[in-house]
Ligand binder design. Structure first.
Ligand SMILES: [Zn+2]
Length: 222
């Protein structure tokens, strides 16, 4: 079967070559798309949904985890700076504890939350900001998920994404991010530039490492 990129559908994908026999990769294969620069793990290596949700329950992502909360507060301050005029916010893929939603409320933003495993009622309204932290690396169908998010955005709305970018990583095969078997796709600046162009976003902020804010200029469902 021909392998296709799960974002741009290109068949121009090549397996990454590694010098070590296993390490962090746990014998998984990684494909790199030459068109949009997404690196993804083929479906045959994906965990079953019940295994995946069991792993998410093990994460120590609560309001008591200072490192986790600090990481969110830093992102919320960037949102205050770059996303002006927002009134409604959705945390897309909040996990078992909607920590970000609580922090956003404390910061003066009303915030709904959605998670396919833990809060599966899909939102029926649209938002000025959709924020997705440590979620994009778990997408099985990247293109479909971005299309779903776009339909949740108001015109001119913002999409803030936190995920670790692969392009600053010099030694990809030793990267800690690969050690989690639920991490199945990895974005670069070039991937987000492709997403912006194809789906009709403008990049309004990025640290080029693990956080990017896009603004919907027009809705392009592809
Ligand atoms: Zn691609």
């Amino acid at each position: 079967m021909t392998q296709q990129c799960s974002l741009c559908n290109s068949e121009s994908v090549i397996p990454l070559k590694f010098s070590k026999s296993t390490g962090k990769r746990k014998n998984r294969t990684f494909m790199r798309c030459q068109n949009c620069d997404l690196i993804f793990v083929p479906e045959s290596f994906h965990l079953a949904p019940e295994e995946e949700s069991a792993r998410y329950r093990l994460h120590d992502n609560t309001l008591l985890n200072e490192g986790y909360v600090g990481m969110f507060l830093e992102k919320i301050s960037l949102i205050h700076k770059y996303c002006l005029g927002i009134n409604s916010v959705l945390d897309y893929g909040c996990g078992p504890e909607p920590v970000l939603s609580e922090l956003m409320k404390k910061g003066g933003f009303g915030c709904d939350f959605y998670d396919p495993y833990f809060f599966p009622a899909f939102p029926e309204c649209s938002y000025d900001l959709v924020i997705s932290t440590e979620v994009f690396e778990h997408f099985r169908d990247v293109r479909a998920e971005i299309s779903k998010i776009i339909q949740l955005l108001n015109p001119g709305g913002f999409l803030a994404i936190m995920t670790s970018f692969h392009d600053p990583i010099v030694d990809f095969e030793s990267w800690w991010y690969l050690g989690d078997p639920t991490h199945i796709c990895f974005f670069s600046m070039r991937t987000f530039e492709w997403v912006s162009k194809q789906f009709g976003f403008k990049i309004v902020y990025t640290n080029r490492k693990n956080f990017i804010i896009l603004q919907a200029l027009q809705v392009n469902l592809i």
